[in-house]
Design a protein around this ligand. Structure first.
Ligand code: ADP
Length: 190
């Protein structure tokens, strides 16, 4: 079992790197952002509840997010481990994840923090919006998401630092180089 958290601001490259990591380490990828977008696309009851929250660039309430996440982990019981991407985003989410994994005699083995500065993030998301058309990538919503990141999500890092689990990786540069640096960090967790 290898359970990893890929951590970083919006546009840090978590999705790109996750795709490469799952094929190398045979892990299940859980992106709460992707899951919410899927619910919205399929117009499920959950999708209806969170649609406006995502459009506004705000965080979905912890209770909803945690319940969805736990269900997804349980549905992937055969997985050799997980990459959590975009979760946990708050300290209560991190506490809930620890408790949930402990109840299955598992744990988070390591947290990779992708380090990208704010100017670079804004530039990348402006580019991404042209391609993805994601409604929450527009300028005003982006500022909200960055705000949510720096007011709530950054506190998750000290939570895991206290457990000695965080490795910081430079998220600016060549995708392959970043990938190799992440792999090196992961090999140190095992
Ligand atoms: P990005 O990687 O660009 O930050 P995500 O795709 O991870 O964006 O998430 C998109 C949106 O989904 C967030 O802005 C938020 O509204 C919601 N969301 C995703 N994960 C969580 C979470 N763990 N807690 C609360 N809201 C979340």
């Amino acid at each position: 079992m290898l359970n990893l958290i890929l951590f970083g601001p919006p546009g840090a490259g978590k999705g790109t790197q996750s795709a490469k990591l799952i094929s190398k380490y045979h892990l299940a990828h859980i992106s709460t952002g992707d899951m919410f977008r899927m619910h919205i696309t399929n117009d499920t009851p959950l999708g209806k509840r969170v649609k406006q929250i995502l459009a506004d660039g705000l965080l979905v309430p912890d209770s909803i997010t945690i319940e969805m996440l736990e269900e997804e982990v349980s549905n992937n019981a055969a997985a050799e481990g997980f990459i959590f991407d975009g979760f946990p985003r708050t300290v209560p989410q991190a506490e809930a994840l620890d408790a949930f994994l402990a109840s299955k005699s598992q744990q988070i083995d390591g947290v990779v923090q992708l380090d990208v500065d704010e100017d670079e993030i804004k530039q990348r998301i402006a580019e991404r919006q042209k391609i993805s058309g994601r409604a929450d990538d527009d300028a005003e919503k982006l500022l909200k998401r960055i705000d949510e990141y720096f007011s709530k999500t950054v506190h998750v890092i000290p939570y895991y630092e206290k457990q000695g689990k965080v490795v910081k990786v430079n998220g600016v540069g060549n995708i392959e180089d970043i990938f190799n640096n992440i792999c090196q960090a992961i090999d140190g967790f095992r």
